[in-house]
Ligand binder design. Structure first.
Ligand code: S3P
Length: 432
């Protein structure tokens, strides 16, 4: 296990940096390119452990995938909707919820059975949210351990389209059902309580599929042909978020983060930081399938705010770093409607409450959120455990920049799940 201590930053941050490619978009690019006929080229691919799990899964099913090389390019030789072959063994999804849930949708439509497994964190996360609608469509699941959890065997087959009302706003559920819908007879529609990230819909359109979007409802018809294409993956706003918060909190900073995806379903962190008083602007907005910009952050002081579940949804993965921003803001921050955070890579409400308390922050944990008393003068510091959760590790690295005694992070290697090179980039920013 790697232990890293991050000490207080002295100087403001004033650089232009780039963060690695978007995790959600990288997963979808490999999946759809595998289902398309012909050679697709993906640039800016995130070589994180989660995305490598997705690549390995499709290689195991007979798809030839080259890369990712040092240039971030992956090429996929897709064999069409009916081109996947039965793998010779189980498929290991590692730590990746997106891999297992989206892949389950694709496997639901295959005429072979596959066993999916994952690491201990993934094996404790709820899977009924996808297996239930996929069963309704005609797939069968056998849970090999605990009911509703990995590992499970999925026996795919002939599917019929459904009109699914998801109880949770979740892009993983929506995408799983839509991907199964590609193999189903008739139309498949998913309706969510609120609109979750829409990368799957955008990328299906990029690969030539007709997608109907009506507010919080999305539909596809079975049997569409996917056409191989070029995908440019923008920088991940969820990775940029750690540097955005660091710069927003450090007086006199002027940090530019180049080529970041600013899909409207993902920019909740910017709206929340602005509500807290941060100065954040977009430069050079561009992009087609996915909008992209350079994000410019000026450092100053933040104030505590109330954040609802609706505000948090487009910043769902930013909860840990928002908690760090709140810990250094003037006044109290209350986050509610965030119960989903309990079933992420770790129970992020519990782990954030515990770890913030360990470094001297006053915190009150609630069933569906958290209340944090900010101290703009800085944090005391101390030691925290990551529980193998990449975003917990990176959030406490940022906390360390504002601590008197430094923050020691035990289990820091998990940053490789979504952000290989995180600590090197952090070092270069703080020493600039
Ligand atoms: C993701 C969707 C979100 C997010 C996860 C990635 C995706 O999960 O937290 O990191 O790529 O679709 P939920 O759909 O469970 O909210």
């Amino acid at each position: 296990m790697n232990t890293i201590t991050i000490k207080k930053a002295v100087r403001p941050f004033d650089q232009a940096i780039q963060v690695p490619g978007d995790k959600s978009i990288s997963h979808r690019a490999v999946m759809l390119a595998s289902l398309a006929k012909g050679r697709s080229r993906i640039s800016g691919f995130l070589p994180g452990e989660d995305n490598l799990s997705t690549i390995e899964a499709f290689r195991a099913m007979g798809i030839t995938i080259d890369g990712p090389g040092a240039d971030g390019v992956v090429t996929v030789n897709g064999l069409g909707l009916d081109g996947l072959k039965e793998p010779s063994g189980d498929i290991d999804c590692g730590n990746s919820g997106t891999t297992v849930r989206l892949l389950s949708g694709i496997l639901a439509g295959q005429d072979f059975a596959v066993t999916l497994k994952g690491d201990s964190s993934l094996s404790s996360r709820p899977m009924k949210r996808v297996t239930k609608p996929l069963e309704e469509m005609g797939a069968r699941f056998t849970f090999l351990g605990e009911e509703g959890k990995l590992p499970y065997t999925i026996s795919g087959g002939k599917l019929k389209g459904i009109d699914y009302k998801s109880p949770v706003a979740s892009a993983q559920i929506k995408s799983s059902v839509l991907l199964a819908g590609l193999f189903a007879e008739g139309e498949t529609t998913v309706t969510e309580p609120l609109k979750s990230r829409d990368h799957t819909e955008r990328m299906l359109i990029l690969f030539g599929v007709d997608v109907s979007v009506d507010g919080v409802s999305v539909g596809v018809r079975g049997g569409a042909e996917l056409q191989a294409t070029e995908v440019e993956v923008p920088g991940d706003i969820s990775s940029a978020a750690f540097f955005m918060v660091a710069a927003a909190l450090k007086k006199d900073s002027l940090l530019t983060i180049k080529d970041v995806g600013i899909n409207p379903t993902r920019i909740g962190i910017i709206d929340i930081l602005k509500k807290m008083g941060a100065d954040v602007t977009f430069n050079d907005q561009r992009g087609a399938s996915e909008p992209v910009a350079d994000i410019v952050i000026k450092g100053g002081a933040l104030k505590g705010v109330d954040i609802s579940g609706e505000e948090l949804l487009p910043a769902i993965d930013e909860f840990p770093i928002i908690c760090v921003a709140a810990a250094l803001a003037e006044g109290k921050t209350t986050i509610s409607g965030a119960a989903e955070l309990r079933v992420k890579e770790s129970d992020r409400i519990k782990v954030m409450a515990h770890n913030l308390t360990s470094i001297g922050v006053k915190v009150f944990e609630r069933e569906d959120g958290i209340i944090i008393e900010g101290s703009p003068e800085g944090l005391k510091g101390g030691e925290v455990a990551t529980h193998g959760d990449h975003r917990i590790a990176m959030s406490f690295a940022v906390a360390g920049l504002f601590s008197d005694e430094g923050v020691t992070i035990k289990g820091a290697e998990c940053v490789d799940v979504s952000f290989p090179g995180f600590f090197t980039l952090l070092d270069s920013v703080r020493d600039s």
